[in-house]
Design a protein around this ligand. Structure first.
Ligand code: G6D
Length: 347
């Protein structure tokens, strides 16, 4: 038996369930039906210490509000939508604003707050968790009844494939991601500024002072946003740079080149991870703001102790720039695939 299901809480008379997938080699992944949250990704370090490399809260009930979106599926859309204003087929919509003057991460009741239906399928070398939900027409003021399926396939060889699918009966917006905070030091031992990052990207989106894209695309080369050659994340994270100041570090949309590859390593534990996606962009967020909730260590983590790689289409900024990247026409299927592979640096 690779997948164990347990009831770990309750939300509005719905059971919150944990799906724990564990292989003989120690690789362990745990996912909740609440928000499709990933609470555990347990991998060995160079000395075979099995430790959690994602941040997780102390109590399951903390995921009901989930103020920092730990581990969660994000949708209908990811990132900020400027002023919560969109126009689809010449009709204007005012989306709910939960990020000050903007909408963020799908609004007050985004996909991170839903109890998803979960089907489990055990295969020879993997376990498939297929999560399903429906976002009703008018939910968070988005048009269209949207059927959503997120598939986590967890492989024995330290790999997780995430496939997001959506279909709507009206043209709408869909731009999903996962908001896990990674920390390869294991059990949040050290800051992520201690990790090394390599990114297949030469450009990133300019943000305005309210952190929405202006529509301008900036050249990353020879700037703090240049990770073409592997670089210590802490090297330029506090550099004097207008965009660093706006994000209080990295909280930016990187446009990916053809390989669409992200590589992270920790040279103390020798843990590494590679992310490959079919998406045009990835928001890299280095947890720059004070955390409000304890982790499973029983304390609130200092800033910069987790890093998010939110693979997605560019968020919708000023003058609805990039909206075309999130449009899903009636009868079309939204599909996104992002693959995470965990391992050790070859000695
Ligand atoms: C902050 O600006 C950041 C977002 O990018 C992030 O997703 C959120 O915290 C959790 O608002």
């Amino acid at each position: 038996m690779k997948c164990k299901t347990s009831v770990v809480g309750n939300l509005n008379n719905n059971e919150i369930k944990a799906y724990n997938v564990k292989f003989k080699n120690g690789f362990e992944v745990e996912i909740l039906n609440l928000g499709g949250v990933i609470t555990k990704i347990i991998t060995p370090d160079k000395d075979n210490n099995l430790e959690n490399i994602v941040l997780a809260y102390e109590y399951v009930s903390d995921y009901i509000d989930n103020p920092h979106y730990y581990g969660a599926i994000i949708g209908r859309t990811s990132g900020r939508i400027c002023d919560g204003k969109i126009k689809i087929e010449n009709k204007e919509y005012e989306l709910n604003k939960n990020y000050g003057i903007h909408q963020g991460h799908g609004g007050n009741e985004g996909f991170n707050k839903k109890i998803w239906d979960v089907d489990v399928e055990e295969k020879e070398n993997s376990v498939i968790l297929s999560l399903n939900t429906t976002s009703k027409d008018g939910e968070e003021n988005y048009p269209g009844n949207l059927d959503v399926n997120v598939i986590y396939e967890i492989f024995e060889d330290f790999k997780i494939e995430v496939t997001y699918k959506g279909k709507s009966d009206k043209t709408t917006l869909v731009n999903m991601t996962n908001h896990s905070y990674f920390n390869l030091s294991g059990n949040i031992k050290r800051a992520i500024t201690d990790l090394y990052l390599q990114l297949d990207s030469d450009k990133f989106l300019e943000l305005d002072s309210t952190s929405v894209p202006t529509g301008k695309i900036l050249d990353a080369n020879n700037t703090p946003f240049d990770f073409n050659n592997i670089k210590l994340i802490g090297k330029d994270i506090d550099r004097e740079h207008e965009q660093i100041k706006i994000g209080k570090g990295y909280d930016h949309v990187f446009l990916l080149n053809k390989d669409k590859k992200i590589y992270l390593e920790d040279r103390k534990t020798n843990r590494n991870m590679t992310i490959v996606t079919d998406q045009d962009a990835v928001v890299i967020y280095t947890m720059n703001s004070k955390q409000k909730v304890n982790t499973y260590l029983g304390e609130t983590p200092p800033i910069r102790h987790g890093i998010c790689f939110e693979t997605q289409a560019p968020p919708i900024g000023r003058d609805m720039c990039f909206i075309e990247k999130s449009l899903l026409c009636e009868k079309e299927e939204y599909i996104q695939k992002t693959i995470y592979k965990f391992g050790l640096i070859k000695q």
